[in-house]
Write a protein of this length. Sequence first.
Length: 118
Amino acid sequence: VQLQASGGGLVQAGGSLRLSCAGSGRTVSRYDMGWFRQAPGKEREFVAAISWSGSRTYYAESVKGRFTISRDNAMNTVALQMNSLIPDDTAVYYCAGKTRGPYEYDLWGQGTQVTVSS
């Protein structure tokens, strides 16, 4: 399956963006999905994850209460709604997938840049 992230852009602090990850080639409903981000000079970090069925979600402490991950398996997409954005959220955001269960993420899409101005 190929993953393609979109929806990034430039936004002022306090604003919102909605990222989308589209799967092609195979349905993403087979996979647990996640969002990660990498800021300049920093390591890639986990942002949020959602189980294959959508019944379980997980968030990094830094985004809890501000970001919401969701999926639409019928549309083969995963979304990340980002509200109350702060400059520290500036990064390239990547969507990723993994086989259901305790496995590493091994499907990665191209990133989308999110820039939050103060």
